[in-house]
Write a protein that binds this ligand. Sequence first.
Ligand code: NAD
Ligand code: LMR
Length: 325
Amino acid sequence: MKKPVKVAITGAAGQIAYSLIFRVASGSMLGPDQPVILQLLDIPDSLEKLKGTVMEIEDCAFPLVSGVVATADPMEAFDGTDYGLLVGARPRGPGMERKDLLEANAKIFSVQGKALSEKASRDVKVLVVGNPANTNALITASNAKKLDPKQITAMVRLDHNRAISQLAAKTGTSGNDIDKVIIWGNHSATQYPDISHTTIAGKAAKSLVSQEWVEKDFIPTVQQRGAAIIKARGLSSAASAASAAVDHMRDWALGTNGKWVSMGIPSDGSYGIAPGVVYGYPVTCANGKYEIVQGLSVDEFSRARMSVTETELREERAAIEELLK
Ligand code: NAD
Ligand code: LMR
């Protein structure tokens, strides 16, 4: 057995965490031979509820769980953290856009960025799930001055998985056969799910579906999927969000074997996206590092959509500029 690693999960009494904690504890994220110490953070008002979740973790008798910390203090929750899953934040309700949460949630991430900077492992890998995830990741990174901004990522993996599943259903194929899907930009209604380079069992996806379907059905369905789930459930997605978080962190830590995945990462200027925003890019992961897939052709249709989502991220950034200092 390996030495235990510390996994911090914030919003630990919430609905995503109720799924996520148990997936992490069972080994889905870091593998069946990797023991974990769970560091669970929530606000003081939610600690009683969190106690119930901790009792349930105990009752699972997970062989991989070496310890559990439940706290309302970010400095305690992030002490020595190797993997940080920042879920804790308010979710949106019907009729809201994710950026409407900016004011309510932004401060959470400046506090937690500072705590990560002081207390986490110097190699910590952080995934921001709480919305608006890209801009919250930017706030976290700006406040985590002792960490490399590349260590702080945002979740667009749920959109990536949604895109694969829509494409598989349309073409009557399995998601396993689909590679090279890209989610460019923001985890919001402006995101650009791009299948220009996608292959399905080695064939170009674009040769199997019409451009009309891509424009009128596929892109809007993926962009609006979160809202459709809120309408149907009366609550935002939870189990699928937890599953995407597990996928994101697993792939980053253990590698993608050449497969492309989408991650929200600090722009380095690739594909003409100016630095200063956390943007969804196609990446491959190996040896605990991600790398942007370079050299892809970008046609006019794609460029226009990549710019719209970049502009929205710049607007979100402008709205919280004072938290970036
Ligand atoms: P929830 O309301 O069920 O749980 C949120 C939890 O966070 C609560 O227990 C709350 O007490 C806690 N919390 C609030 N402030 C905190 C703080 N400062 N520190 C620690 N914990 C804090 O919400 P949920 O459904 O679990 O969703 C959580 C967030 O994830 C929301 O912002 C939601 O919009 C977002 N989300 C993102 C994606 C994505 O793909 N990026 C997908 C689904 C949901
Ligand atoms: C989602 O995409 O399901 C989440 O971001 C929740 C939401 O607000 O849509």
